[in-house]
Design a protein around this ligand. Structure first.
Ligand SMILES: Cc1ncc(COP(=O)(O)O)c(C=O)c1O
Length: 421
């Protein structure tokens, strides 16, 4: 606007000054707008917006989503703990993942979650055994793998085709429901499908939907009544001015089909809720010219791994553009000891000077949630902007945080196998 980047109503430079860098900044109003857009798009059907916690599990964000009536899609005991702590009702939580452990099942059953999204026959058998032992009934959906290869930017983000570990092959799913129908502690409640992430074309969703609806009607004729269909998440956003998924158009195609089938709907958006509401502020430490120009910043792959893990693209820009600089193709790299430690490669950028701030865009999803302590780096702080109000929503880790759990272990009160909820 005036040559200085703002987040909500706040100067980005002020946030960096106050909280240090690298720093995640989330615009909560943007997140709330996205939720309202989803709610409006799916208003024509009884639906549950189960926000996918893996995208960004910050408690303050989850609390705001809970207040808007969101449920949660979780993938671990830790995400269940976060969701419940944030006030998301257990009966609005669905639990996906191919490797659910017994303690995770016990925890989720005791909480009374809406449904387990079951990903194999072995998991269903284990769920039955655990529920029987507890004298509880486990509500579940089978996560069907419809063998739809949806175009995603990287092979690691496609999950709905036969070569991935996810879900139960469509042709095997009915048998699992038949088996469960004979078990007292299992209650088939719905059917689930999730075909991948960062999908911008509605077509693969519609192909998967039709496959799943055919399964629902076969099961109905056999007396297995299902009440909901879970379409998963994966709704693509724009990282580079490219197309994003038109959620409204998708809803217009999906809602009548699901309603006709007499089902309610669950959707599990993650990235499309939080992705473009986040930026990462990082400060330039050095500009090194060694054949190539390297802009070395204080944030790296331990803070944001998407570029090196998936080839994820994030726009990078100077926070203060009032002083013009010469544009060059540069690599924006972090301080970690890995060649793969980069945030952008061969990117035209107005070459900053040491000490300047850069903003890495569209990092609200799979940014902090994939951050690590590699190279014994302290994970960054996160703050939230609400108009011109600013809140620190996670403090920067300290050196003591890094060694917590490695010292004074005698009589620590936690079983050697870890914490059991
Ligand atoms: C089962 C399931 N649901 C929802 C999501 C959320 O996907 P996205 O963040 O792309 O919307 C994922 C992501 O991996 C997932 O595995």
């Amino acid at each position: 606007m005036d040559g200085e980047l703002r987040c909500g109503g706040v100067r980005a430079a002020d946030l960096a000054e106050r909280f240090g860098t690298p720093l995640y900044v989330y615009d909560i109003r943007r997140i709330e707008d996205r939720i309202q857009a989803f709610q409006k798009a799916f208003a024509g059907i009884d639906h549950l917006l189960a926000y996918s916690v893996k995208a960004n599990g910050n408690l303050s964000i989850l609390r705001r989503l809970a207040a808007l009536g969101c449920g949660a899609d979780i993938t671990s005991a830790g995400e269940l703990y976060r969701a419940r702590k944030a006030g998301i009702p257990a009966e609005h939580i669905v639990f996906a993942g191919v490797g659910k452990t017994e303690p995770e099942m016990v925890y989720a059953l005791r909480e009374g979650i809406y449904a387990f999204n079951v990903e194999s026959a072995g998991e269903l058998e284990r769920l039955d055994a655990v529920a029987s032992r507890l004298g509880l009934r486990a509500r579940f959906a089978v996560r069907v793998n419809p063998d739809v290869l949806s175009p995603t930017p990287h092979e690691y983000t496609a999950t709905g085709h036969a070569a991935t570990k996810f879900g139960v092959p469509l042709e095997d799913a009915a048998e699992l429901y038949r088996w469960a129908a004979r078990r007292r502690n299992l209650e088939a409640r719905g059917v689930d499908v999730h075909i991948g992430s960062q999908i911008v074309d509605p077509e693969p969703y519609l192909t998967a939907l039709e496959a799943v609806l055919r399964l629902v009607s076969v099961l109905r004729t056999e007396g297995v009544p299902l009440s909901y269909l879970d379409l998963g998440g994966g709704y693509g956003i724009s990282y580079d001015a490219g197309p994003e998924l038109n959620v409204e158009a998708l809803a217009q195609a999906v809602v009548p089909r699901v309603r006709e089938a007499g089902l309610s709907l669950v959707v599990e958006p993650g990235r499309s809720v939080v992705g473009d509401a986040g930026i990462l502020l990082t400060r330039v430490e050095y500009v090194k010219r060694a054949g190539k120009t390297f802009v070395i910043v204080d944030g790296g792959m331990s803070d944001l791994i998407r570029p090196s893990h998936y080839g994820g693209y994030h726009a990078v820009e100077r926070v203060d553009t009032r002083i013009p600089r010469r544009t060059e193709a540069v690599d924006v790299v972090g301080p970690l000891c890995e060649t793969g430690d980069f945030l952008a490669r061969d990117r035209p950028l107005d070459v900053p000077e040491a000490g300047e701030l850069l903003a890495v865009r569209t990092v609200g999803a799979y940014g902090f949630s994939m951050a690590s302590n590699y190279n014994a780096r302290r994970r960054p702080a996160e703050c939230m902007v609400d108009g011109d109000r600013v809140t620190l929503v996670r403090r920067r880790e300290t050196l003591d945080d890094l060694v917590r759990g490695e010292e004074n272990l005698d009589g620590a009160g936690v079983s050697e196998a870890g914490e059991d909820r």
